[in-house]
Write a protein that binds this ligand. Structure first.
Ligand SMILES: [Fe+2]
Length: 423
């Protein structure tokens, strides 16, 4: 197909990312409004933000196809979108979508609620939408005092970058994951991110074990295709992965609360720092989760996705395809070694798409088909008040404001290997 012919619908056309961005990732397309969208009424151009009520059947079909094919789709210039559009949009890709976010259910309307170290909050008029970022925002969306914090790599990785490396612009992948609480609630099919204010910071870079480097925008979100990751395994590893279920720890993010990440953001660096399971907040064995290692793509049944949340894995259960007997690996170091060895094949610039955010971007990604992570050092934590104009301007330039929405699904990710459905 010539590159100028795109898939299209009533209101949109899909443009795969250029090859220098797409590389070997299998990831990425832009979805643009047609010139004749809204009946070609130019006066409406500035109002072309997504509204679920405007979508035709052909639009919905195109958006489904685009997402499950390209894994990450980008709508530009969406400033002004209604935050309630995000949860409504999620239903396009999940006919079993639930009415709540896959994280905390309740909306946060109090002034200083802290969900975690990033001080994330929820939009009071759209309680399924989380506000994330960096910097101080007073009165934003009716929240009197937001003190958003981008995660600091120095407190995250087992072997942090040196000050010299930070000065040279190096950063790290923090935690490759899909958005999944892995306890009680099921992961959403998609996650939607929206950039309202992107920091004005110099480019940063990530160094890989073999010396290769990836240049990326400060605060870029990095994605790896689970489909490409599966292809990078040997036939024996693929066979193992297809027949294996990953058992996750109870309350896994509390379990690893004191642990530090490996330098590539794929795993936990050591063992022994996990909280004993009998010291966790009381948990119900029925709500602990296990998921297949390889997930099925809803529209491309021949495309297996390797989807492992390596940091939260506790044991591996492999089903013998002939005898149906189960064998269990529950030595934590070995579980992590296997998961890490599978996932690290993708740790090369050619397999990673790092989305360079622009104000107004709305990114939808196939949460059950890619792994993603934040990156970037976004400056200081501004606890002190200042009246210095240069300092105020510097803080303003460093600010970042994002929305995030990932709606829980009513069904678990489907195993690529149907044999695993019985386990
Ligand atoms: Fe995430």
């Amino acid at each position: 197909m010539p590159s100028t012919v795109y898939q299209s619908s009533s209101n949109f056309h899909v443009i795969p990312l250029k090859s220098d961005l797409r590389k070997d990732t299998l990831i990425g397309a832009e979805v643009a409004f047609n010139d004749n969208a809204d009946g070609g009424d130019e006066s409406k151009l500035s109002h072309r933000v997504l509204d679920v009520n405007d979508l035709t059947d052909s639009d919905i079909s195109l958006l489904r196809q685009a997402l499950f094919e390209h894994s990450v789709i980008v709508f530009r210039k969406q400033l002004g979108i209604d935050p309630n559009t995000l949860p409504a949009l999620a239903a396009i890709w999940d006919d079993k979508v639930q009415s709540h976010h896959s994280g905390e259910i309740s909306a946060l309307t109090a002034t200083n609620n802290i969900l975690s170290k990033n001080n994330a909050s929820r939009i009071p008029r759209a309680k399924e939408v989380t506000i994330l970022g960096q910097g101080n925002f007073d009165g934003y969306e009716g929240v009197p005092k937001l003190r958003l914090r981008h995660v600091n790599h120095l407190e995250f990785h087992d072997e942090p970058l040196s000050q010299e490396e930070l000065d040279q612009g190096y950063t790290r992948f923090y935690r490759f994951h899909c958005d999944a609480p892995l306890y009680e609630k099921l992961p959403g099919k998609v996650t939607i991110l929206h950039a309202l204010k992107v920091p004005e910071a110099p480019q940063q870079k990530i160094k890989f074990e073999d010396g290769q480097e990836l240049e990326l925008d400060a605060g870029a979100t990095a994605f790896v295709s689970g489909a490409r990751a599966f292809q990078l395994l040997t036939p024996e590893e693929q066979e193992f992965a297809l027949n294996t279920i990953v058992q996750y720890a109870p309350r896994p993010y509390e379990w690893i609360q004191n642990c530090k990440a490996t330098s590539d953001g794929l795993s936990i660096a050591t063992t022994g720092l996990e909280k004993p399971v009998d010291e966790l907040t009381p948990w119900d064995p029925e709500k602990v989760q296990a998921h297949p290692m390889v997930w099925k793509n809803p529209l491309f049944p021949d495309r297996p996705h390797l989807q492992i949340l390596g940091m939260c894995a506790k044991s591996l259960i492999t089903i013998d395809p002939k005898t149906k007997e189960r064998s269990v690996i529950d030595d934590l170091a070995e579980v992590r070694r296997i998961c890490h060895s599978f996932q690290k094949r993708s740790m090369a610039p050619s397999y990673i798409y790092a989305h360079a955010w622009r104000d107004g971007d709305l990114v939808v990604f196939h949460n059950q088909g890619v792994w993603h992570t934040i990156t970037g050092q976004l400056g200081d934590v501004y606890d002190s008040e200042t009246t210095d104009e240069a300092e105020i301007a510097r803080r303003e330039a460093n600010k970042r404001l994002m929305w995030q929405c990932t709606m829980a699904s009513g069904v678990a990710p489907e195993p690529f290997n149907p044999v695993l459905k019985a386990f």
